[in-house]
Design a protein around this ligand. Sequence first.
Ligand code: NAP
Length: 471
Amino acid sequence: MSKAHFGLIGLGVMGENLVLNAERNGFSSVVFNRTYSKTQEFLNGRGAGKSITGARDLQEFVDKLERPRRILMMIKAGPSTDAVIDQISPYLLEGDLLIDGGNSEFRDTERRVSSLESKSFGYIGMGVSGGAKGALEGPSMMPGGTKASYEAVESLLCKMAAQVEDGPCVTYIGPGGSGHFVKTVHNGIEYGIEQILAEAYDLMKRVAGMNGDEISNVFEFWNKTEELCSYLVEITAACMRQKDEINGGDLVEKIMDKAGQKGTGLWTVISALELGASVPTIYASLNGRVMSSMKSQRINAEKILSRPLIKPFDLGSKSDGMSPLMDAVILATIASYAQGMELMRIASDEYNYNLNMPSIAQIWKGGCIIRSRLLRRIQNAFDNDPRLPNLLLDPWFAEQVNRRLPNLTKVVAGAANAGIPIPCLSSTLDYINSYRTSRLPQNLVQAMRDCFGSHTYERVDIKGTFHTDWI
Ligand code: NAP
């Protein structure tokens, strides 16, 4: 019997769909799952009649694969990944390649790449985005490791990836844990955009009194614009239109307002803090989830801390797509991308990843959760200047900021008067205002630090380091 081209470990939602994708693209496959009943279920179900076989144990799995072996792990990140690496390593030979496609922490991947590359087989840490549908039809993939390892699987990944007008949504990201780092930042941007769209929904509901269908119409309108056309806006329109089959009404209103924040969103913010990158819009989305999880406290606090009556303010009209609100959403979305791209640029220097910013924007244009038309503009901006310090300085984005900022300011002021929290929109306004201010009040912070701790300070008028005996 001829041997399979491709091996997959882990038949969860992602693994199942990715192996069907590989097989559809001409790569006969063998699958292994810790719980064998799932393998049987898959082979008798979605995998039936396809060039996919199963293995009961890892010996059988590797025996069924042609050499050099190409194996993708799609399993729970963390200790489970280390456990599977330990189990499979003894079976791997020179030239074989192991890919971790889970959401691993990039430092774990750094450690694994350096320890496993000293063995004879190759190791790739690869971010995969697109959810179940993307995994089946074509995801966006962010592989990191050695260039030689990437080249060994390039043709497979290029066929499996989503395709956009300028190529497949996969490219060599860089060494070590860079692939998982880029996926982490991708997810941080995703957190930001999800929260921004949730804030827009809240304002349309509570200030303008709109129902699910009316709000859905606005998101559909936004999805037809260059600035907001995106997968997340598209699915938000669908979520808003969904009715509750159990009790009637808009299903969104029946869903508990608590969201988790473990993993990649948290890691994005931790990395930004460690690297000194400013990501307030992304952080605000993470904190929004933290606040949301404090449900019982919020119920109690609402009774104790008085709130203003909601005073209506101008969000725009349904016929013009809620124009001021749309401006606010566009700028916060741009800010999420700008902060993520800047974090990657700083990390690239710090970790010697040599990230290619236009290529990263290119592979996010299809397949992934943050795919959007805006990414074409982002790609152009970094094509024009690969060392662009911040997306907001690119002429097209600067014009967006200058034109739309008055409306973001109005929306933030109106929401503040109405007592409605809009953490991402308001932190975006502070972000832009800080970034466009050449002199910030940190001179006084420096004075205080020198006063209590003799931390010294620099002056704007004379070179050198100074200390004052403050009175
Ligand atoms: P998942 O629920 O995260 O993982 C399920 C798979 O992991 C199952 O095959 C399970 O085997 C296996 N597994 C768990 N612990 C194991 C262990 N100690 N040893 C061996 N196998 C173990 O499934 P998923 O949603 O498909 O995600 C897979 C990976 O992709 C995760 O790292 C996830 O974060 C990442 N990811 C997910 C998405 C998404 O949209 N779901 C998108 C991108 C990336 P059993 O059947 O035996 O339990």
